[in-house]
Design a protein around this ligand. Structure first.
Ligand code: NAD
Ligand code: TDX
Length: 337
């Protein structure tokens, strides 16, 4: 099998490439990534030597001639992870989100259609459904889309485009919508790696609002296995929710991290809430379980222990990131809260 993976230097994409190359011998991957602030060549050092199976191309998914050239090699599937992925950055400036997350998807779809690529896999998110109240049932695939941030609106737009290309051009597409991922190689702007690395550095842990917003956590490698299943066996034109069935309020996650790192709760700093902050996400993953036999296999305790251990052992990876451009963003965002 030959895959084109886009955004494979980011958190989930790099975990996906590493786990796929480890699991399957008869697989080769082209990774197209722009290396934005979130892309890191170091994430894939373990496979860069594997020249027969892994090829890296630096480039933008909105660059039609480049994408067309790569897609003309007719990979069996295109798996699109490439995106601007951080809600807070989308609140500061939505421009890059609309360009990559919408125009980039249109470009990929047009090139796949032009060259007749096997299957297009769009990696989407639970955030397209909007927000749940405490007693609401979990999101199902038939829920209406009610995105609340520029980020989630851009992802919802992409999902609609993918649907439209299936209906209009009969393209073979599948969409996955996953809940919050955590694990190794996650950029330390997201809740769990930010809290772990700030705690290690004895810096304040900024908790938005009352800290009672709920997320449904999934270990990244469970997400990667689900994508593999959907890519191979999912029904064309179908959407698959993916979730960990593991809901926690943010403040509980933060306190758990501090406890595990033996750091005081006095590091917690309640800050102004994120505008448009979704209160709760929860995924009903019955469809992928019943149709494709996927269930998550990593419990939260096991996953968070592995994650904390990795950030302790890979301090040079995140210390490098938490400087330069990152500090400008950090000051701009948290300075306003
Ligand atoms: P990330 O921000 O860590 O990585 C994104 C990658 O895309 C980076 O390597 C970046 O360089 C690349 N990229 C950005 N713009 C590009 C462009 N124009 N052309 C080519 N490459 C580009 O993101 P992530 O957390 O790994 O998320 C991957 C995908 O999964 C995204 O589509 C996101 O919406 C979705 N998702 C993420 C989560 C989560 O919890 N992180 C949950 C559900 C869905
Ligand atoms: O400093 C913080 N303090 C805080 O309280 C940060 C960064 C976050 N939070 C809260 C906001 C959310 O309620 O923690 C929760 C998780 O925040 P993020 O890590 O920014 O994730 P979220 O906004 O839920 O979005 C994530 O999951 C869905 C990913 O970033 C998206 O790419 C994915 O689509």
């Amino acid at each position: 099998m030959r895959l084109l993976v886009t955004g494979g230097l980011g958190f989930i994409g790099s975990n996906f490439i590493l786990s796929m190359l480890k699991t399957y011998q008869d697989l080769s991957i082209i990774n197209l990534d722009l290396i934005t602030y979130a892309g890191n060549l170091e994430n894939l050092v373990d496979v860069t030597h594997d020249k027969n199976r892994y090829t890296f191309v630096k480039g933008d998914i909105t660059d039609k001639s480049l994408v067309s050239e790569i897609v003309s090699t007719k990979p069996d599937a295109v798996v699109n992870f490439a995106a601007e992925s951080h809600v807070d950055r989308s609140i500061l400036d939505a421009s890059a989100f609309l360009k990559t997350n919408i125009i980039g998807v249109q470009t990929l779809l047009d090139c796949c259609r032009e060259h007749g690529v096997g299957r297009f896999v769009q990696i989407s998110t639970d955030e397209v459904y909007g927000s749940l109240g405490p007693e609401d049932p979990p999101f199902v695939e038939t829920n209406h889309l009610k995105p609340n941030s520029p980020y989630s609106a851009s992802k919802a737009s992409a999902d609609l485009l993918v649907r439209a290309y299936h209906k209009t051009y009969n393209m073979d597409v599948v969409i996955t919508r996953c809940s919050n991922n955590y694990g190794l190689l996650q950029f330390p702007e997201k809740l769990i790696p930010l809290m772990i690395t700030n705690a290690i550095q004895n810096q304040e842990l900024p908790v938005y609002g009352d800290g009672l917003n709920v997320r449904d956590w999934i270990y990244v490698l469970d997400h990667c296995k689900a994508i593999d299943k959907v890519m191979r066996d999912g029904r064309s034109g179908r959407i698959y929710n993916i979730g960990g069935s593991c809901e926690y309020p943010n403040i509980e996650i933060v306190k758990l991290i501090l406890t595990k790192l033996k750091k005081p709760f006095s590091l917690i700093k309640y800050v102004q809430d994120r505008p448009g902050h979704d209160r709760r996400y929860s995924m009903d993953a019955t469809r992928i379980r019943d149709e494709l036999g996927w269930v998550p296999s990593t419990g939260f305790e096991e996953g968070i222990d592995a994650t904390i251990k990795w950030y302790i052992e890979n301090e040079s990876w995140w210390r490098k990131i938490k400087s330069g451009e990152y500090l400008d963003y950090y000051e701009k965002w948290y300075g306003n809260l």
